[in-house]
Design a protein around this ligand. Sequence first.
Ligand code: FNR
Length: 344
Amino acid sequence: MESQQAHRKNEHLSLATATYQRAHQHHYFDQVRLIHDALPEMAVKDVDHHVQLADNLRLEWPFYLEAMTGGSNQAAKINRILARLARKHHLAMATGSLSVALKEPATQASFTVVREENPDGIVIANLGADASLANAKAAIKILGANALELHLNAAQELVMPEGDRDFHWLDNIAKLVDQLDVPVIVKEVGFGMSKATIDRLHNAGAQLINVSGRGGTNFAMIEDRRNHELDLDDLANWGQTTPEALLEARGSKAAIIASGGIICPLDVIKAGALGAQAVGVAGYFLNVLIHDGAAALDEVLMEWQAEFPRLLTLLGCRNFGDLSKISFVLQGNLYSYAQQRHLI
Ligand code: FNR
């Protein structure tokens, strides 16, 4: 018999896939058009796909398996498959929040399986932004993590009847960034960030910020399905879409990571054009795995890795960072958002 926490983790997995179609009904990256380079003057083999996110954080590929799970038997199975694929394809992988592993040590194996399967890869731990220094160090140790994600999930907590109601995070983030000896990534969970939030985080010392915007996994929908306490319509469209949040982040001195609604290699490229230095993918990969199985996800990852350097070549870019120099055009609501917010 698993605990209530484990039950909740299983519900997140099943509801993330059950709400997948509805949450993905808009593909906001369609409102970004890239300008074709008819004269690339380079070969596909010239592409160097690695990214250096911090002095001590190098990813072989700019896209990675974003934070999802841990804390139940089903989560352990999923983490094992994801970690095997991460190792095979040299992709970084973040786990779901380790807070359950700290509260219920019996669940730690559902996280450590990630390190067992991928002893030398980049593994990223995950905790809430209110984590104590001792817990942050413990989470990093459990996974032998190369970096720590701190999630900002006020919208998700407020939808949950049992969720937190008090959100004083900034001082704690400043302390953790200062005192931990691995890079810290501060991330949203699918509601995006504004320029003001990004600036406040950077001023508090955050060097790596994942804007994780709307357009993919939607925790207002997931929590609403779990408990029906709030009217979903109030929050279904809450927050900045990922392209909006990336525009909000332009000009920030922090290294910006994108996630939220990334479903194809072209989205990864567009996120790079809008200024992202790396890209996390959660719901799409989970959905392929749960609906079509591990072999299908293996195939998808192979396809993404084949397509990625070709798309960079089509834009005359030798590496992911070069994308920040290419031209793009914004359409529809995204253009109007950017104008009203004075972001272009
Ligand atoms: C998540 N996400 C997440 N994020 C986090 O920081 N800690 C966590 O424990 C979880 N848990 C979690 C479970 C499941 C089942 C999903 C699908 C997602 C959020 C995730 O990392 C990401 O920020 C959002 O899902 C947006 O990206 P996608 O899913 O649209 O690619």
